[in-house]
Design a protein around this ligand. Structure first.
Ligand SMILES: Nc1ncnc2c1ncn2[C@@H]1O[C@H](COP(=O)(O)OP(=O)(O)OP(=O)(O)O)[C@@H](O)[C@H]1O
Ligand SMILES: [Mg+2]
Length: 422
């Protein structure tokens, strides 16, 4: 039957494989096409059978399920992995999601939980593929860049620089920068680099659960001084969410050594090898921040429904006008837009004399849960409204239309293999 979901079962225990196959045998829309007893076998059989969904055990001899999932993301990208484990701990969940798993089932699970997970990931994957199919492909070559709003960029043109700024701290800049970068890379096929330009107290590494011993911009001081960045790539950390990250220095005093000129040259170099460079800026309006904002194509300026935030935005907009930044460059993003704190969006717009361009809902549960686990909520809770809002914003920034819940499907960017450009 053409519409059946083709499932591959991977578990080292034969009884478990049989049991799962029997359970799924009752479902008319699901067909078990094969079974594997190890991660290595899963890759081999997966490449031959091209299943839609792979049910993957974590603990297996030979090659464990997390390593196999990582490999499958590159070798059989059309298969969506549902991880199964007796360990329900956050660390397993986090590592599985980072490896590319779409769902996580804690054993023992019910037959309903199993079948609804399979159907859910399959439907999500189909929707994603449908969006990709609607994107016109550049003849002969994979496009290296996306058209910006209102303009068409050639493949070899430098990528877009998007500064995530906010004249007041704690408004959600890092949260947005991280999830925007992940959304652009995973859903819009953008070769994305995320730069933590909160040089004193950068939080990007924490949100992405990166080892603080990784290389950071502090290792680039000679290059920042000279303005020559020959091996910039080796200072970027590859994150399994499909983005590259340039971390902030490990200690605050090093921030003073980073010059505006050096940062400008560095971003100019980064945009040559990426479609999108997302920069998480400091709240303070110093020379380095100014250099980043000057260079940026888009300044996502974040505000919240708080009187101090609104006051600072008003001041910033005045400065932005003096600097000659147009309203197409400075985009206002209202975070936690649905928080009822006594100020309405209309009051804000009236006060600053401008419409808010984008809104992001408040979702403490998804955002803080993700933060504490070091997994971007865009990955761990893809269906949440807050993720939809981020995707909508990402697509507006890179100039593509995507089908977001509640909107009719149009076209979206072409998805490339996350690792093809590394
Ligand atoms: N849409 C949202 N819904 C709920 N909580 C949010 C949302 N956006 C951000 N937060 C929470 O607000 C807090 C501040 O967010 P974040 O660290 O991203 O802000 P920031 O502007 O980068 O702050 P800083 O000035 O410290 O760099 C965090 O605890 C984050 O989890
Ligand atoms: Mg921050």
């Amino acid at each position: 039957m053409a519409d059946q979901i083709r499932v591959l079962i991977v578990d080292d225990i034969p009884e478990t494989r049989d049991h799962l196959a029997k359970l799924l045998g009752f479902e008319t829309d699901i067909e078990v096409v094969g079974a594997a007893a190890s991660g290595r076998e899963a890759i081999e059989i997966g490449a031959k059978l091209l299943p839609d969904v792979i049910l993957m055990d974590i603990n297996m001899p030979d090659m464990d399920g997390i390593t196999a999932t990582e490999r499958l993301a590159a070798e059989v990208p059309s298969a969506a992995v549902v991880m199964m484990s007796v360990q329900g701990e956050a660390d397993y969940l986090r590592r599985s999601m980072l490896a590319g798993a779409r769902e996580f089932l804690v054993k023992p699970f019910s037959s309903d939980e199993l079948t609804s997970s399979i159907r859910q990931v399959y439907t999500r994957e189909r929707e994603k593929l449908a969006r990709i199919a609607l994107q016109p492909a550049a003849p002969g070559s994979a496009p290296a860049s996306r058209p910006a709003p209102g303009q068409t960029r050639e493949a070899d043109e430098p990528g877009r620089i998007v500064a995530v700024f906010g004249p007041k701290g704690g408004v959600g800049r890092t949260t947005l920068a991280v999830n925007l970068a992940v959304a652009a890379a995973t859903e819009l096929g953008q070769r994305t680099c995320l730069v933590d330009a909160s040089f004193q107290f950068g939080d990007v590494g924490v949100l992405l659960n990166l080892n603080p011993k990784n290389k950071s911009i502090a290792d680039l001081l000679p290059e920042l001084e000279s303005g020559e960045f020959e091996s910039l790539d080796t200072f970027l950390v590859n994150h399994s969410a499909g983005i590259r990250v340039l971390l902030a220095p490990p200690s605050p005093e090093m921030a003073e050594l980073i010059t505006p000129h050096g940062v400008k040259r560095m971003l100019e170099t980064l945009r040559l090898s990426h479609d999108l460079v997302v920069v998480d800026c400091m709240a303070s309006f110093n020379d380095t921040t100014l250099a980043i904002l000057d260079l940026a194509d888009t300044v996502l300026t974040m505000l919240s429904l708080e009187i101090t935030s609104i006051k600072n935005i008003r001041l910033f907009l005045e400065v932005a006008e003096q600097l000659g930044y147009g309203s197409d460059k400075v985009r206002l993003v209202l975070n936690r837009a649905d928080s009822s704190l006594g100020i309405r969006v209309a009051d804000v717009e009236h006060s600053i004399g401008r419409r808010v361009d984008h809104t992001i809902v408040s979702d403490g549960r998804s955002v803080v849960y993700a933060l504490n686990r070091g997994v971007p909520f865009f990955l761990s809770n893809r269906e949440a409204q807050v993720s939809q809002d981020v995707l909508r914003l990402a697509s507006a920034v890179v100039g593509t239309k995507v089908a977001v819940a509640g909107e009719p499907a149009k076209k979206s960017a072409q998805k490339k293999s996350l690792f093809a450009w590394r």
